[in-house]
Design a protein around this ligand. Structure first.
Ligand code: DGL
Length: 270
């Protein structure tokens, strides 16, 4: 019984942590493709190739269900994977839909026609690949009408976080918020559309001000996964052992992950 959680690097640990708290009895296998991160500056074909390879590795580890905790992979590869790659009996889910369901005040899995919602001016902070995919706007348009979205590609933030340079990450967050506010002076909601950004949530909130509601994914994804597994318990696969896999250097990745989550995390080579 194991569920796979995939990210391009360390950012998906924010999702893993929330899922582990919400579903403490479900074994989780995490795979971070740190050797290939950042994905956010890669082409859609490249992101698709890397994401399918990593997902296959999680299937091989006994997972029948894999969560693409990476927004960039969800935006650039998920639809293509679901349309022609995911093998019979396996499932791959992304992280956009739970976020958009929360933003549009829907129950998980409510597929009724689009309607007016409270949020009218939404700021999206994401990687360059996620912004150029327009996947967020597409999923939003299925569920809401009359929402103005301004997207800000936050170049450099993921690299700074992966390198552990939080001073640079904070400076970049301030400058990306500033750039967004020049295009949309008064957003009423902001989406942190990258798994790494919850690690900078306080800095985003401070730069945006108290009036802006900041939506961060980790808890939303955990709640929606709990609901999904309630309805489809058979999707918890045959694996019984939790673990952390990386394509990067296990020692280096373990020490950075331990620093992020403030508990001992030990990665093995994928
Ligand atoms: N974790 C990815 C995401 O959520 C971004 C990191 C990257 O660029 O690799 O979009």
């Amino acid at each position: 019984m194991a569920v796979g959680i995939f990210d391009s690097g360390l950012g998906g640990l924010t999702v893993l942590d929330a899922v582990a708290k919400r579903l403490p009895d479900v074994p989780l296998v995490y795979l971070g493709d740190s050797a290939s991160a950042p994905y956010g500056v890669r082409t859609p074909d490249d992101i698709y190739d890397l994401t399918t390879k990593a997902t296959q590795r999680l299937f091989d580890a006994g997972c029948d269900l894999v969560i693409l905790a990476c927004n960039t992979a969800s935006a650039a590869a998920l639809r293509r994977m679901q349309e022609g790659w995911v093998p019979e009996g396996k499932r791959v889910l992304g992280v956009f839909v739970p976020l958009i369901e929360a933003l549009t005040e829907r129950q998980w899995g409510d597929n009724s026609p689009p309607r007016e919602v409270n949020a009218k001016h939404v700021a999206l902070f994401a990687t360059p690949a996620t912004v150029s995919s327009r996947a967020f706007q597409r999923e939003l348009a299925f569920r809401a009408i009359g929402v103005d979205v301004e997207a800000q590609a936050c170049g450099g933030v993921v690299d700074a976080i992966e390198d552990g340079d939080m001073i640079l990450a904070e400076a970049l967050v301030r400058s990306h918020v500033d750039a967004l506010q020049r295009k949309m002076p008064e957003p009423d909601a902001a989406i942190l559309g990258c798994t790494h950004y919850p690690l900078m949530e306080a800095q985003f909130q401070a730069a945006l001000g108290d009036k802006v509601k900041v939506f961060s994914q980790a808890n939303l994804v955990a709640e929606s996964l709990a609901d999904y597994l309630d309805r489809r318990p058979q999707m918890i696969g045959p694996g019984t052992v939790s673990g952390f896999l990386t394509t990067g250097d296990p020692d280096q990745v373990s020490s950075r992950a331990t620093q992020f989550l403030r508990r001992q995390i030990t990665f093995e080579a994928a």
